[in-house]
Design a protein around this ligand. Sequence first.
Ligand code: 2IT
Length: 445
Amino acid sequence: MDIKKIMADLEAKHPGEKEYLQAVHEVLMSVEDVYNRHPEFERNKIIERMVEPDRIVTFRVTWLDDRGEVQNNLGYRVQFNNAIGPYKGGIRFHASVNLSILKFLGFEQTFKNALTTLPMGGAKGGSDFSPRGKSDREIMRFCQAFMLGLWKNLGPDRDVPAGDIGVGGREVGYMYGMYKRLVNQHDGTFTGKALEFGGSRIRPEATGFGALYFVQSMLAQKGDDIRGKVVGISGFGNVAWGAALKATELGAKVVTISGPDGYIYDPAGLDDEKINYMLELRASGNDVVAPYAEKFPGSEFYAGKKPWERKVDIALPCATQNELNGDDARALVANGVEMVAEVSNMGCTPEAIDHFISTRTIYAPGKAVNAGGVATSGLEMSQNAMHLQWSAEEVDAKLHTIMKDIHEQCLQYGVESDGYINYMKGANIAGFMKVAHAMMGEGVC
Ligand code: 2IT
C-alpha cells in the first residue's frame, strides 16, 4: 500500500476536507502492514474502494421559524459502506457540520460498527442547523423538513439513522414521526426512539455505559480496577452523562465536566443530584456549564479552558472531535494520567495520540470505546425486527458482552513487541479486516 499516493490522490480530489483526510490517514497507518500481507486486497483495490463513501445525499432544508421567517439549512447523509449490513449511524445538528466532518464520522462508523459484532454498515448524516436557543416548535419543524429531504433514502434494511451531537430522543421522535407518515409504515427505521414506539431500554445510557465497561476491561488487563480512580470528563451531553453515571456507580470520582464556555472542577466529585443536573443543563438549550458552579458550592468554573489541565487517573474525552490536542496530552501525561479512553469520535488530535503512544500511556480510540452506543442501536433494530422489547437487564448484559468482545479484538491485533497494547492499531485492524473480508466475498462492485 502506497499511503503517500493514496493520501495525495484523496487530497487532490477532496481538498480542504481535513477531518476526513485525518481519519483516513490514521486508519491507513494502522493497517499498512496487515494489508501488505494480503496481495488479494491490493489486487481488488480494497482500500481505494473503502475510503470513498458509497453515496452522498445533499439536500436543502427549508423551514419556518417562530417569527414566520423562512430559514434555509443544508442537509446531508453520507452512506459510507454497507458491506456487512444496512447503513447505520447518527445524525448531527450543529453549526459546524460540513461534508468533511460527516465523511470522517461515516468512515469511522464503518469500522466501529464492524467491531460491534452486529451486522451494520456505516453512515452519518446531519445539518449545519444549530439547535442552540431554538424553541421546541422550531426544532420540530426543522426535523420534519429534514425528513422531507431524506426519507426516500432510508429503510430498516437500507439505512437506519440515530442521534449524535444535537440530536437526542426528542429530535429522533420528531424525525421518525414524519418518516412514518411519509412511508405509511411503522418499520422502526431510526434508533434511539422512545420506549413507547419501539425504543430500546438502556439506549440513552449505552454509549457512556459501554465506554466504562471498556475501561473496566482495560484496567483488568493490567490487573487494576476502577474503584477510587479520579476521572476527568469533558462535555456535558448524553455521552458525558452516561459515562459520569456509570463511573460514579462503579466507585470512581468524576471531578470535571465541560462545555463550549469552559469547564467545571468539582473536587468533591459528582453524585446523583449533580449528574441529574447535567440533564437540566442540556435541556436548557444554552450549551453552557457555568451555572453548575453557582448551584453547587465547592465547585469552580474555569472560563474558556479545557479540563485536561487537571490531575486525573483516567481521562475520558466525551465532547467532540479534536478536543484534546498535543498540549493537552503533554499536560495529562506530566500529571501522571494512567489511561485515556476516547469516548467522543476522534476526540484526540494525531499529535496527542503520538504523545500517548510514545510515552506508552494507555490510549484507546473512540471507535472501540464508544461503540456501545451503536451496538445498542443494533439491539434496538433486532427488537424491532422481532416485534418485542427486552428488559434493561437483558440489554445491559448484551452490551457488556459486546464491549468485552471489542476489547478482545483490540488485543488480537494491538499487542506490540514490548507488551504495550496499542488499542488504536488493534481496533483499526480488527474493524478493517472484517469489512475487507466482506467486500472480498461480495466481489468487485
Ligand atoms: O457515533 C455514534 O456511534 C453515534 N452517534 C450512534 C450511532 C447509532 O446509530 O446509534
